[in-house]
Design a protein around this ligand. Structure first.
Ligand code: DQA
Length: 142
């Protein structure tokens, strides 16, 4: 089955958004790297939205088709009960990812509503966090 790569608010601005924290790569660069790594192994489906409800919809969609999800929910990680409920309701297999090490940053980034309903969490490796999440989902699938 496919793997959804879902990015939340402000991640469309990667490359220009606080590059000291989030790196110089754009979301398109990260997507291109992932496509290369996934080639011949799994089909990827990319989504990005700045709207919480859209993200809820993507999780439902992935859950319905039994697809794994690489999810960077951005700041909704720290606020969204709706997104946590969606992961649960859709029985979606989700790996939570963050570019930055959220635990080394402000206290309000230390709590995630999503972690308890995710398979696992990868944070702090920059764009490599996405690569590691892909490998984790592929290893669990095989
Ligand atoms: C982030 C960390 C969040 O705290 C922040 O709101 C983001 C990006 C990360 O990838 O490091 O938007 O999810």
């Amino acid at each position: 089955s496919r793997i959804f790569v879902v990015n939340g608010p402000n991640l469309n601005l990667l490359g220009q958004r606080e590059p000291g924290i989030y790196g110089a790569k754009t979301l398109a660069d990260i997507a291109a790297d992932l496509v290369e790594r996934a080639a011949g192994r799994v089909e990827l489906e990319f989504r990005q939205s700045n709207h919480e409800g859209d993200l809820v919809g993507y999780i439902h969609e992935a859950g319905l088709e039994g697809a794994g999800v690489i999810l960077n929910a951005g700041a909704y990680t720290h606020t969204s009960i709706a997104l946590a409920d969606a992961i649960k309701a859709a029985h979606a297999r989700v790996v939570e990812v963050h570019l930055s090490n959220v635990h080394a940053r402000e206290a309000f980034r230390h709590h995630s509503y999503l972690s308890p309903v995710c398979v696992g969490v990868i944070a702090g490796f920059g764009d490599r966090s996405y690569h590691l999440a892909l490998e984790a989902l592929l290893e669990m699938q095989s």
